[in-house]
Every structure is written in C-alpha cells, then in structure tokens.
Design a protein around this ligand. Structure first.
Ligand code: 0WK
Ligand code: BGC
Ligand code: BGC
Length: 921
C-alpha cells in the first residue's frame, strides 16, 4: 500500500505513471492491479476511527460548539415526531435534488390507518444542465412550471393545494416551512440561492407562474422524507438514510441535546449532512489518489469529501478514473484508452450497478465498455468488475461507519446500552446496487454490535414520507391554530389586566363604604402588626388550607412552633357543623396529650380561612363556606361559639379562644413579625384571598378615624356580580357549574389550586374533542373530576418533557411528544392567567395603600402563603412582574411565610392578650 501524504494526488501520480512503450509483465500487472485495488480496502480499524471521529463531530455540532468547526452540521428539521399513521389528505410533493439532474412531482393521497394504500401519481422532469448551474430564479421557475404541467394532467380538485417541498441540500431550518440553503452540493450551483429561504423562492416562483394557488406548508430534506415514508412496522423508523447522487442521514434526536433549539422537550429530527465529513486524521488514510483527482475536478473541490466516496454521482467517476489509470498502465484494455473513457462523467452509477450484477454483469461490462469505444478482453471484464466492487464496497463500508456513528449517537442520547432501531433506506444506490445494502448491514453489525438494526427500504423514494411531513405540518399548523384559538382568552394583555385592577379598586371602595360589592372588605379588628414585645405560650388552629394544623407557639425573643397536621375527611368537611367542630376539638385534645399540655388552658388563636364578618377579635360570623367545605348549621353562626360549644361538649377540656383570624391576616402578621413593612397578606393555595392595613377612616361600620385596621378583602368572590364576565371562558363556566358553590368565588375559581387543574382538564377534553390531542380519542380517565391535580401544573411546568409524559402516562393518558407539548402549553396558559389576575389584585391593593397615604412612591411588603404560590415554578415571578407593570410607583417585596398563619394567629392572640393586660392594669 503506497503511503498517501497530505498532498495526495501528485505524489501518487509520480509513482504510478506507466510508460506507453512496454506493457508490464504478468507479475507486474497483477501487482499494479493489487496496488490499485488495495487503495480501496478500508480496514476495520480505519472504519472504527471514522465512526468515532464522525460521532465526535456529531456531538460537538449538537452542543453548538463552533470552534474548531465541526465536520458535520447536524441540522434540526423541525420534524418532531415520526408518523402517526393517522395522516390523511391529498398532498402535492415536489422533490428537488435527491436524484441529481431531475426533479419529481407527486400527487400523494394519504388514507390514514384504516384506509387502503393509494399509489402516488408522479412525473419526473429532467433538469437541463444550464438550469442546474444558472440563476436560482430560473431553477425555481422551472420547478413551478413542472408543478403546473403535472397538475394540468391531474383529474383532481385543485383548490387549497398543500405542498411538501423535498429539497435535498444542507439547509438551516427555522420552521417546518422556513429553510435557508447553506451550500449547493451534487451537480447544482445556481446563483442567488445560497443564504436564501428556498420556501420563499418556491412560493415566489409559484406566484409568478400564477397557474395554481398552492400553499407550501413544509420543506423537508430527502432523508427525512425517506424516514417518514417508512411503512409503520413493529417500530417506527427513527433513522433515514439516503444514498443516491449524494448521501446523508437523519435521525430522531432528543431536542434537549440540540443546543441551537432552546427546547428541552420532545424529539426533533436532525439531518446529519455527513457528506461534508472530512477529518483528515480519519479520512486521510482512506482517501486514494483517485478521490483527490475526482475532488479536484469536481464542481466543489474540497467540499463534500465523504459524499464523493459514497454518493452515486461519484461512484461511476471513481470507477472511470481507476479504469483510465489501469489502462494507461497497460494492465487493462491492452493499454488502450478512448476519449469517452478519458472524459469526466462518462461512467454513471447505473453502469456500475449493472456491471456489478452477479448474473448479467459480465455482459453489461462488455456493452458499456463498447459504448465507451473500448474492446475489453475477458480478463478486462473481470478486472472491471473487481474495480466496481472495490469502489462500491468501500462506499458501502464508509456509509456503514457513518451509520454506526449515528446509531451510537442515538444510543448515547437515549442512554441505552442496546438499541433496537429501524432505518429507512432510500436512493438509487441502495435500491439498485446489488450488494450495497448487504455490505452496509454487515459492516454496521460489525461496528455497532450492540445495535439491532433493521434496514427498511423506502417504497417510493420518500414521496409518501414528504407527504406525511406535509400532512403532519398541515395537521400541526391546524392544531396549533386550534390550540391558539382555545388558549387566546387566557392570554391577558395589559389593558385587560389594568381593567381588572380598576374593577377591583371600584369594588374595594364600595365594599369599604359598606355598599353592595363582590368584595366584602371585612374588618378584622387587627389594628397593628406585631411590635416584637409579645411573649408567652399560645395554642393555634389553622383550618381551611390543604392541611388542618394544631400548633403550640412559644413567643419569647423569637418564636418556636410545635405543630401537628390532622386531616379533615370530606365527610366531616361536608357533614354537620357539630361533627366538624367536635373533630377539631378531638385533634386539639390529641395534640395537647402529645405535647403534655393536657389540662392547661392556653390562649388560643383560631386561623379560620373562610369569609367571616367579625364583630370582634374573637367573634366571627361565617358568611359562607368555600373551597369544598359545606358543613351544615355553620353559615351565619359565630364560629368561635361553635368551637367553644364543642369544647364544652368535650368535658374536662379548657381552652381560652382569644382570637379568630383569616389565614391572610395570620400570614401578614407572621411575616410582619420579621418585616414591619409587611402590611398585606396574600394566600394563593387551595383558595385565594388578600388582606391589608386600611386607614380606619375609610372603613365604614367601624368607629374611629385614626389609625389602621386590617381588612380581609375576601377577593375570592370578586366578580360574583358578573364584573369578570368579560374574562370568563367556557372552561371557567364548566368548572363553576360543577362546583359545590356555582356562581360563587369566580375570581378564586380562575386563580386557586382547587380549580386550576379542573380548568386544564376541561381544556384538554375540549382539545381532544377537536382531535388536537390524543388523536381525538376521548380518554376515560380524563372524564373524571379532579383527576388532573393542580400540583400537576407545577410539576409539568418545571420538568423536562419526558417527565411530563411520565406524569400524564401515570394518569392513563397515552400521548405523543406533540401532545405533551400541548398539555404543557395549556398548563402554562392557565397558570399564567391565574398569576396575572392575582398580580392585578395585588397591584390594586398596593396602589390603594399608596393613594391612602398620599405617597409618590410606596415601599411595602406582602406576606404570602399557599401551595400554588410556593410550589409553582413561575407563579410568584409572574405575579411580581404584573404588579411592577400595573403599579410602577410601588416597590413591592413578597415574603414567603415559613411558618404559615398559625404563627400569625398566635401573634394576634399575643397582641390581644398584651392589649387586654394593658387595659386591666
Ligand atoms: C398555609 C397557611 C394556611 C393557609 C394555607 C393556604 O398556614 O393558613 O390556609 O397556607 O395554602 P393551601 O394549604 O391552601 O395551599
Ligand atoms: C445533501 C443532503 C442530502 C443528500 C442526499 C447531500 O448532498 O447535502 O442534504 O440529503 O445529498 O440527497
Ligand atoms: C376563603 C378565604 C381564604 C382563602 C385562602 C377563600 O376561599 O374565602 O377566607 O382566605 O380561601 O385560604
């Protein structure tokens, strides 16, 4: 094997040139032949090095590493899923570039899973050389002309035609229908196209043609068409391989591994563009002098070096160069050449395939060489076939090394030890060359033994696959339109939010004046936030959130809390009031026993998170239940009395109920203990509500004009007077009608944790009925109320898509990554609206306080609690952003309450006890 230095051709040439004078002796000629054919022998180690180097370049390119420039491009194609098989409809497909100097137009009818297969109709048009090398506009006009010529002949309805454009060149895609040509390859070199969006160029040409109104909905690389056209067998094809005039492959990569896509969800098909692979270290040793000659004389010297060793446009030329060389060396055709043998491109791929055919090959060799003006002897025929075999075997082996690299990349990205994968193959080299695919399969098994690969020949060169992508694109576009229409009412703009803020201000003013208002603005008799002088041990109850808690709160210089969570079964929450309060006292007694407090009568603060009209600190008339509570004989009652009666019923228990507070007040007090600027309490949990320190002069019904009092807004009921109707959607109406308090708590039902999951569930049902989700199949589980917990929203919006899929699959929802992506967008839209509405509410409150105090600027803190606010990944930041937007003159700090409002209730009790002591002194 002669050593090929970095300068390649020239060096070899010196050594191999043969003198015309004397023909070499038999031993020399076979040595010359061996020496020549040996160059095409690629060792296993060399193939493994190419595989490893290509894999390295692929992963480098996926990471978006620019320097050193990766040898392959790894171009995302925006095809995010393999075909469902549900695709239906008639599509026009235009194929340009896959088969060299011809383009093909197809009419493809997809009939979905049930329908019988309809053979595509197609027509091939030869592209004149001058068009392939001329102005880009000329090429696209030629394509548009072929399109209309084809359609003229089709007895079909030509309205609303949707076209898939198979464009087999390296392109930067920025959408399923937006693709910029990077560089021409294979025999093409039209001007004014590189760097342009080829879909736009085609649309412009179709418009110029003016014959048909065709919507170009997708542009696809031929490898993608091949992969997508693969008959759905035991498993979908996730790799597409084309070896025609050029060569390339694509495969389904995890979107999160594709750095250029700021997408961490789902899969995306990546076109490898391995034709440009040229790592001298790996390829150098296998490049022959003939490869260098071919490249030197090609349209794009130095580019597509790997393709020029495999692609059908080049195999014939390589064979020609070798035959010409051996003829010149006198070991072939008796040392005779012919002008045809010496002219570029005279041996085509078809010739090589025919000459290699085990049965008819020899005869074809004769015929083809005679056509080239040569008269081959019997030994020539055999040698020519050896040359063809050497060139094609190497091509298949190199192609296998590249495919093995793709399979290893797939394995890495799927974190799988072994891989079972179907590879769709297309292109005339695969289809027509007798041994190409068997050598390919054999070499892949050698290089990637842990991969179980089945090669699935594409049935119609990818036309159906392109139609599939077009159908998917059309379907996705249609689904996206339906999803956008469905979610549009959830996308609130500045004006809508400002209107909510203004509406709330009006309702606050009316509520404070004691007029009819959906905001009851309930005085809480809490006049001051803690001042740190509070001391003592207190019991606290915290009822109304996700958990019922009993707490022992020790207030010294700091606050120590011991607490226990108890459950409130739905039967108790919706049973009799007596049963509910007896259950509460049972829990208190259990807690006292566990804490060794039995028999002690500690002052008790009761966080009761329901709307109560307070007549004093320890008197609160329950106005109505909310959040799934419906215990009888409580509404209209003083809940402190109900508690005391329950205590009385349970002899031998002594409790001193000092204060009843709303959880918003408890939260404000709890955070106020750390930050005296905390004058607002906000809960976004099972329910939602807010309180704030209002000027007493503004509070009708409470004597006194100086100082402040905390007002429990009960904003959950905002809009119960219909003032939010403009924002309410059909899904909100469904949730409200199905709730135990229809028509009530409308604002709460758009914001809080008890309802968001249900809103999402109703939207998913709607989108399923539109066929947008779950392939339109109504999923039984999704019909079940409360099956879609609000905590799922928080999880879904903070996890990678595969985890989202896992959550939804646990819910019994069979879904694709597109479905999961849509479920995610639904969750985002619902939670975003909730957070923005909540932000509009807080903006109304802070602006009220700022105006109350006649301040230009207000700095205030908000104590916040509630599972939704605390656990949702974006809720708190969206609330803060909305407040900044709607109340720019207020600097608002949100303090997440650590100890819940039980501590706040104890502090209110402590303040009450301190004040009571003062009055007693
Ligand atoms: C924790 C507070 C409690 C309040 C709850 C609201 O201690 O008073 O009711 O937050 O959040 P949820 O538990 O409803 O998510
Ligand atoms: C192009 C690829 C194409 C391949 C097979 C190459 O020259 O760059 O985009 O997939 O040929 O047609
Ligand atoms: C109740 C409020 C409570 C809020 C948060 C609402 O349903 O009416 O009193 O503050 O939930 O728990």
């Amino acid at each position: 094997m002669d050593s090929i230095g970095s300068s390649g051709l020239r060096q070899g040439e010196e050594t191999l040139s043969c003198s015309e004078e004397g023909l070499p002796g038999p031993s020399d000629s076979s040595e010359l032949v061996q020496e020549c054919l040996q160059q095409f022998k690629v060792t296993r180690a060399q193939l493994q090095q190419i595989q490893a180097s290509l894999l390295g370049s692929m992963e480098q390119a996926l990471r978006g590493q620019a320097s050193p420039a990766p040898a392959v491009r790894m171009l995302p194609t925006y095809v995010g899923s393999t075909p469902h098989g549900t695709e239906q409809g008639d599509f026009v497909v235009l194929e340009l570039g896959a088969t060299g100097a011809s383009l093909r137009v197809l009419w493809v009818t997809l009939t979905g899973i049930e329908g019988h297969r309809v053979e595509p109709r197609s027509q091939e048009f030869v592209i004149p050389q001058e068009v392939m090398l001329g102005a880009g506009q000329q090429l696209f006009d030629f394509a548009a002309h072929c399109l209309s010529e084809f359609l003229d002949a089709q007895p079909v309805n030509k309205q609303g035609l949707q076209l898939g454009f198979s464009f087999s060149f390296p392109c930067h895609q920025t959408g399923l229908d937006r693709s910029t040509l990077i560089s021409w390859t294979k025999g093409f070199r039209c001007s004014g196209v590189e760097g342009q969006d080829v879909v736009q160029l085609l649309r412009d040409a179709i418009r110029r043609q003016g014959a048909y109104n065709i919507d170009v909905v997708a542009v696809v690389n031929d490898t993608v068409g091949t992969m997508m056209g693969c008959e759905p067998g035991v498993r979908p094809c996730e790799v597409g391989l084309v070896v025609d005039t050029g060569t390339n492959a694509c495969y389904m990569e995890e979107a999160r591994h594709v750095a250029v896509l700021d997408e961490d969800r789902g899969r995306v098909c990546v076109s490898v563009e391995w034709g440009s692979f040229s790592d001298d270290g790996a390829l150098g040793p296998v490049l022959t002098t003939f490869d260098h000659t071919l490249d030197h004389e090609s349209l794009n010297p130095g580019a597509q070096r790997f393709e020029k060793m495999i692609g059908g446009l080049y195999l014939g030329e390589l064979v020609r160069l070798v035959l010409a060389h051996l003829a010149r060396c006198g070991v072939l055709f008796g040392g005779c050449t012919s002008p045809a043998l010496l002219s570029q491109g005279s041996i085509l791929l078809e010739h090589v395939a025919e000459m290699e055919d085990p049965s008819t090959g020899a005869a074809r060799v004769h015929a083809i060489l005679q056509d080239l003006g040569l008269s081959p002897g019997a030994s020539d025929v055999e040698l020519v076939q050896h040359v063809c075999a050497a060139v094609c075997t190497r091509a298949a082996q190199l192609c296998a090394a590249a495919l093995a690299a793709v399979l290893s990349c797939l394995q890495h990205s799927r974190e799988q030890q072994t891989l079972q994968v179907a590879v769709a193959t297309g292109g005339r080299v695969c289809e027509r060359h007798p041994r190409f695919c068997s050598v390919l399969q054999g070499t892949v098994m050698l290089l990637a033994p842990e991969c179980d690969v089945s090669l699935i020949p594409s049935v119609d060169g990818g036309g159906r696959g392109v139609a599939m992508v077009t159908a998917v694109a059309a379907r996705l576009a249609a689904h996206r339109r339906l999803l956008e229409e469905t979610l549009a009412p959830f996308r609130l703009n500045h004006d809508q939010l400002a209107a909510v803020q203004a509406q709330m201000r009006k309702a606050m003013a009316k509520g404070l004046r004691g007029e009819a208002s959906s905001l009851r603005m309930l005085p809480t008799f809490v006049r001051a936030t803690p001042d740190g002088s509070e001391r003592g041990d207190f019991l606290a109850l915290d009822l109304g959130g996700t958990n019922f808690r009993v707490l022992l709160v020790r207030v010294t210089t700091g606050v120590q809390i011991t607490s226990e969570i108890y459950s409130i079964p739905e039967t108790v929450a919706q049973g009799s009031g007596q049963q509910l309060f007896d259950h509460i006292v049972d829990c208190i007694v259990d807690f006292q026993q566990k804490q060794g407090l039995s028999g002690q009568s500690l002052p008790l603060g009761f966080t009761f998170s329901f709307p109560c009209r307070q007549l004093g600190l320890d008197q609160g008339i329950l106005l109505n239940w909310t959040k799934g509570f419906k215990a009888s004989d409580c509404e209209g009652q003083d809940v402190v009395s109900l508690l005391r009666e329950a205590i009385t019923r349970r002899q031998a228990v002594e409790l001193n109920v000092v204060a009843i507070v709303n959880d918003t007040v408890g939260t404000m007090m709890s955070c106020g203990y750390e930050d005296p600027r905390c004058e607002i309490g906000l809960i976004v949990g099972t329910g939602t509500n807010a309180c704030y320190m209002e000027e007493l002069r503004n509070v009708a019904g409470v004597p006194g004009d100086s100082g402040r009092m905390c007002i429990n807004m009960e904003w959950g009921a905002f809009g119960d007077d219909g003032s939010l109707a403009m924002l309410s959607t059909r899904f909100d109406a469904s949730v409200d009608q199905a709730s135990i308090n229809p028509g009530k708590q409308r604002f709460e039902k758009m914001i809080s944790g008890m309802y968001l999951g249900e809103i999402v569930r109703h939207i998913l049902l709607h989108l399923t009925s539109l066929g947008v989700l779950f392939r339109g199949q109504q999923i039984q589980r999704l019909q079940t109320r409360d099956i879609f917990k609000t905590k799922f929203l928080s999880e879904i919006e903070s996890l990678a898509l595969r985890q989202v899929r896992a959550i939804l699959e646990d819910l019994g929802l069979p879904l694709t990554s597109d479905d999961a992506l849509m479920v995610l967008e639904v969750c985002q839209a619902v939670s975003q609206r909730a957070a923005q509405l909540c932000g509009a509410g807080v903006a109304a409150v802070v602006e009220k306080i700022r105006e109350n105090r006649g301040l230009e600027e207000l700095a205030v803190s908000v104590g916040v609690d509630g599972t939704l606010y605390k656990l949702h990944p974006r809720f708190s930041s969206l609330v803060a952003a909305t407040v900044r937007e709607l109340a720019p003159r207020c600097v608002v700090t949100f303090l997440q309450s650590e100890d819940g409002s039980g501590k706040g209730a104890a502090l209110v009790t402590a303040v009450a006890c301190r004040l009571a002591q003062l009055t007693r002194v």
